[in-house]
Ligand binder design. Sequence first.
Ligand code: ATP
Ligand code: MG
Length: 392
Amino acid sequence: LPNIFQDAMPVLKILEQAGYEAYFVGGSVRDVLLGRQIHDVDIATSAYPEEVKEQFAKTIDTGIKHGTVTVLYNGNSYEITTFRTESGYQDFRRPDHVTFVQNLDEDLKRRDFTINALAMNTDGQILDLFDGLSDLKKKVIRAVGDPEKRFHEDALRMMRAVRFMSQLKFDLEENTQKAIEDHHQLLKKISVERIRDEFVKMGLGSNAREAFQVFLDTKLSEDVPDFAGKSELLSVFPQLQFSPALETSLWSIIIILLKIQNDKIGTFMRDWKNSNAMTNEVEQIVSFFDVLSDHVPGDYELFEIGKKNLLNTIDVAHILGQPVDSEALVDRYLALPIKDTSELAVDGRFLIENGIRPGPKLGQLLEEIKQEVVAGNLENSEAAIGEFLESK
Ligand code: ATP
Ligand code: MG
């Protein structure tokens, strides 16, 4: 067992010794069986949250109402959730009410896919109620129980299905896919934030292109912001040569494929509830992509885009099959006399000290100095810039 499980074992044993049941569940069990990297382990127990808290010195009330307590143990933290079922799904969204139950089977039944419904006990034995092990071997994502019913309970599961396809390189089991095709419209009930998180995980997964094809084929794409009626433009995505590795690259590629105009990028990003910082970066990458498609950028254009966005735009151009001489661009960027405004030898105060009155003129002059320095026409030193000011 990986260290992360071994470290967590005493936590399960403490619960068992207190007379409760405790198991590893969910993604970590799936990932250990697949030999994938594990980032955190989820623990399910028959103990109620208050009972869990009694057993450990340091705990955090993460989601008491949903049965989740975070336990801090030996420098690690573990989410421990009481066995529960979910009921009263309203509006095709995650239920507000959960009911704690005393047995693991009920808890596993509420889980989305067979490969996510495996549990492991303290002996390392796997409990497999729904043939999740065989689906792991077959590399298929299959809903637990009746897929139609499960997607009606929580329509986000349809996005989770294509996201796991991408991350795990799995196929969708036939009936699960059919249920998505038949009920993709249910996705409209789900909040954009939750759809976005799954969409991004899908777009950045190692099998993004295949999963994206299923996202289009099942028409899930018709029920997310700004994608309706755009399947033809989006159908380029599955034919790209690489998958994007960065979220900004993913959004930039989508925006370029959708031919969204520069002044509409903000709207698109807001529709998807992306942060201003993310929107900003994507706007820069997309507009620099336009520059690269139009002409070889000048030194000042390289200076303005900056190293990070330059490299990200080159990445986007490569993925989209747009030829760019990336080595030459990077070399030219690295040879710039200054790479950031903060590296300029002077600032506004220096100009004022040299007799320039505060005002818009001063800003223009500073900009001119910066351009001359970047172009290599003016040395980046107080002396040289002082002389330049005198000549004005
Ligand atoms: P990841 O590696 O992305 O964390 P994960 O399988 O652990 O994958 P989580 O979203 O962390 O996914 O959820 C943990 C577990 O909770 C899942 O494995 C699954 O058993 C269950 N689960 C999560 N979301 C749902 C849902 N919408 N419907 C049913 N079960 C769910
Ligand atoms: Mg998880």
